[in-house]
Design a protein around this ligand. Structure first.
Ligand code: F6P
Length: 547
């Protein structure tokens, strides 16, 4: 499929795009009174309104044709069958097995993986129950009050995002902390107020070779030993989550206290595995199973008709804008403070998965891949960067996420939030014409000259598309559905682009160079680099100690 842009279906979309010239969504809505009913779909109480998009039924049909001819359905089926669709690493991609109905087998190389999945879940459950009930004691007999997850990327972002999102379900005694950065200030600031005797560390690393995580884990161990002065304390205060038993043992964590997972779980898809242990500790295993059930709901929905599903629709719309409208980024705006870390989580999911420059068979792609994803919770974004979205020159489609019910007691205020969310998507879609701006200024009694001067600044182009995801309440199940929705969106996009969404070789070069630079800075002897790198190293070495 390396000739994507030459496909008849691609060319048909190009021609179809021309029919949109000069059309404005404001007029489209005025003409199509049932547009919302036509272009919205739901999975239970999760509603996707995609009517404020620059599409017609024909656009959707053409996009689905493109999806069909690029093999989206086959790729989806192959993933669920456990085939090694991560073809550069020859691995199956089976995060869906982690949330699968345990009685339905899924095979990897002829072996049903479901019994092992159930086994790990059962161990997580026993451990979570023990910590939550206070039966699991620290070295001095104190119950655990603080859990510190040491991990980075997929071993951090998912659990950190989910614990924040599900705070209303959190155990009252447990405070959850996530330390990812190798910057010692991250760990130092986190540990400063904690008591070693009631702190539990989870060292979370798929490979157990990640520099940042291991450095933080070593530092955390030193901190604990300094406070508790007894090596045997490690066993009560450190557990590991990894696929690498040998390295865990080498680090000094008893494999008895290790929760395993498998190479067919990608890092950024791993929160459903034992990497989700912080979530299970915090909201309990029933809640964690609800999260898994939410993922499973979305899997069933997606698998039944990938191209017409909610994830398929989001993916195809993104393709439409990226390639045929010149979209430069995609904003995700949760009007839900508990989803504050959701955009950061999506950045890894979308950009590490689909930021690829060659096709699955290694040929350079001749179309843009990946999406630049960013976002902030509403209404904060409105007072920061929404100006650019409304009146700037760039074309940036958005997803709005909003709940119909809040967990907060200040319920009246939630309605203001919802109103703001709906107002933004309406404003982006409708805009304000020069005539409307002129009439407003005239109504305010401004003189004609002033009106002429100000009207261009007060007009909004509109015609800027967005999706709105409206859900009941941010429960574990809803969160599971939302995460799986975006996971599958990424898969559909990758299939259309003919790239492998499940490897991440692009992070390796920086790691290699960092290894060299760490050694050189350690010996204060810059090696052979470009003049910029050497100059910066020399300056650092000169100024690192305060005068
Ligand atoms: O460097 C990128 C990456 O490999 C991510 O894909 C992964 O989520 C993260 O590092 C952490 O890896 P690990 O869980 O093996 O420590």
């Amino acid at each position: 499929m390396s000739r994507l842009v030459r496909l008849a279906q691609w060319q048909a979309l190009k021609a179809h795009r021309r029919t949109w010239r000069g059309r404005h969504l404001r007029d489209v809505f005025a003409q199509e009174l049932r547009r919302f009913e036509r272009f919205s779909a739901a999975l239970d109480d999760l509603l996707l309104d995609y009517s404020k998009n620059l599409i017609s039924a024909e656009t959707l049909a053409l996009l689905r044709d493109l999806g069909r001819v690029t093999g989206v359905e086959e790729r989806v089926a192959a993933m669920f069958r456990g085939e090694p669709i991560n073809n550069t690493e020859q691995r199956a991609v089976l995060h869906v097995a982690l949330r699968n109905d345990p009685s339905v087998p899924i095979y990897v190389q002829g072996r049903d993986v479901m019994p092992e999945v159930a086994q790990v879940l059962a161990r997580m459950e026993r451990f979570a129950n023990a910590v939550r009930s206070g039966r699991w004691k620290g070295h001095t007999g104190a119950a655990i009050t603080d859990v510190v997850n040491l991990g980075i990327g997929g071993s951090d972002l998912g659990p950190a995002m989910a614990c924040r999102a599900l705070a209303p379900y959190g155990h009252k005694r447990l405070r959850m902390h996530f330390v990812s950065n190798v910057d010692p200030q991250h760990l130092g600031d986190t540990l400063a107020p904690l008591k070693a005797e009631s702190t539990l560390f989870i060292v979370a690393s798929k490979t157990f070779t990640t520099l940042e995580t291991l450095a933080n884990a070593q530092a955390a161990r030193r901190w604990l030993l300094k406070k508790l002065k007894d090596k045997s304390a490690i066993a009560r205060h450190f557990v590991a989550v990894s696929t690498n038993r040998a390295e865990v043992k080498k680090f000094g964590i008893d494999p008895e206290h290790m929760f395993g997972f498998w190479d067919w779980v990608g890092g950024r898809y791993s929160l459903w595995s034992a990497i989700g242990l912080p979530i299970a500790l915090y909201i309990g295993m029933d809640g964690f199973r609800e999260l898994l059930a939410g993922g499973r709901d979305m899997d069933g929905h997606f698998r039944a008709d990938p191209l017409a599903s909610l994830p398929g629709t989001l993916a195809l719309l993104a393709i439409w804008y990226q390639h045929f409208w010149g979209a430069s980024a995609h904003g995700v705006m949760p009007y839900d403070q508990h989803l504050a870390r959701f955009p950061a989580y999506l950045q890894q999911l979308c950009m590490e998965s689909n930021g690829k420059g060659v096709t699955r068979d290694g040929r350079a792609v001749r179309w843009d891949t990946g999406e630049i994803v960013w976002g902030e919770p509403g209404t904060n974004g409105q007072h920061a960067f929404f100006q650019l979205l409304h009146q700037g020159t760039r074309f940036i489609p958005l997803d709005f996420l909003v709940a119909t019910r809040t967990h907060s007691d200040l319920d009246g205020q939630h309605q203001m939030l919802v109103a703001n969310c709906l107002a933004q998507s309406e404003a982006l879609m409708r805009g304000k014409t020069r005539a409307e701006a002129t009439a407003e200024l005239a109504a305010a009694g401004l003189p004609a000259r002033e009106i002429r001067r100000l009207a261009p600044h007060k007009a909004f182009p509109g015609n800027r598309p967005s999706n709105t995801l409206l859900y009941g309440q941010l429960t574990p199940r809803t969160l599971g559905r939302l995460i799986a929705l975006y996971e599958h969106k990424v898969l559909v996009q990758s299939a259309v682009w003919d790239i492998n969404a499940f490897d991440q070789w692009g992070v390796e070069l920086g790691k290699q160079l960092a290894g060299t630079l760490i050694r050189e800075l350690g010996s204060a002897r810059p090696g052979a680099h470009d003049s910029s790198t050497v100059g910066l190293m020399r300056q650092y070495l000169k100024l690192r100690t305060p005068h």
